[in-house]
Write a protein of this length. Structure first.
Length: 264
């Protein structure tokens, strides 16, 4: 009987230890709410592509400006009551979703298309804008449509939806990846590639600034843009505020004004 009592005591001690491990320290594993964290910090960390004029680029004064930068400032004004409470963090199409999913930045505003595959990795705001996949070629090019890209060297930007779309639309095209839009543009001008495919909102800037290149008239997809951030319960309140800010921008026609301002 005494042995059973001792065994029972050991079992109770073991169970008590498990209980303490699982419950008394559970707060250590509860992730802090992102919205509350930002309010305490007083600043939003924004991932932005600085090689994507007119969306994000560095001006003559060395400041990060553009359509995406202005969107970020509007959100900072809405949440923190100041356009200046922002820390811009340069990202690329290749690493922007990683930066958002790991929480290295609070949000990514960088012409990110909302797709089901990406929604498995990050959360998205409601769409704030949209684009269509287009093709940029030299003005004297014989390329008139997607069918003419068969067997041609076509530039795509790593990490964008254009690469997957082009593989489906023109599987015989020779896709060459680039880290940035300026790099792909230089390759097109140098004759290393015959075309670039990406969002019309981005490629149109090259055609506006340089009449030696042009956009083909047809669009081959619809690309809804969203603001990306970390998935999980810790970002639910933050998403609600981001969505409210976007709806506020839509009601006040902020998006059309920014598109006009940045010639998108």
């Amino acid at each position: 009987m005494k042995k059973f009592a001792i065994l029972f005591l050991f079992i109770m001690i073991a169970l008590a230890g498990v209980y303490i491990m699982l419950f008394s320290s559970r707060d250590e594993f509860v992730e802090e709410d992102l919205y509350d964290e930002i309010m305490q910090r007083g600043k939003i960390r924004v991932g932005i592509n600085t090689n994507s004029k007119p969306f994000g680029f560095i001006d003559e004064k060395g400041e990060i400006v553009g359509y995406d930068a202005d969107l970020a400032k509007y959100i900072a004004q809405y949440i923190l009551k100041s356009r200046d409470r922002i820390e811009f963090v340069p990202v690329t199409p290749s690493n922007r979703l990683i930066m958002a999913s790991t929480g290295e930045v609070d949000i990514v505003i960088s012409t990110v298309t909302i797709t089901p595959q990406r929604q498995e990795v990050v959360s998205f705001s409601i769409p704030y804008d949209a684009a269509g996949q287009a093709v940029l070629v030299k003005s004297n090019s014989a390329i008139k449509s997607l069918t003419d890209l068969a067997g041609q060297n076509v530039g795509v930007i790593f990490g964008t939806t254009a690469e997957k779309n082009m593989k489906n639309l023109v599987p015989t095209a020779n896709l060459l990846g680039f880290r940035s839009y300026p790099d792909a543009y230089k390759a097109l001008k140098a004759g290393k590639i015959n075309a670039i495919t990406s969002d019309d909102t981005i490629l149109s800037r090259f055609a506006v600034d340089d009449n030696s290149v042009k956009l083909l008239p047809k669009r081959y997809s619809r690309e809804p843009y969203g603001i990306a951030f970390k998935k999980g319960n810790s970002t639910i309140k933050f998403k609600e505020n981001i969505d409210f800010a976007i709806r506020d921008m839509q009601q006040k026609n902020v998006i059309p004004r920014l598109r006009k301002q940045w010639i998108i």
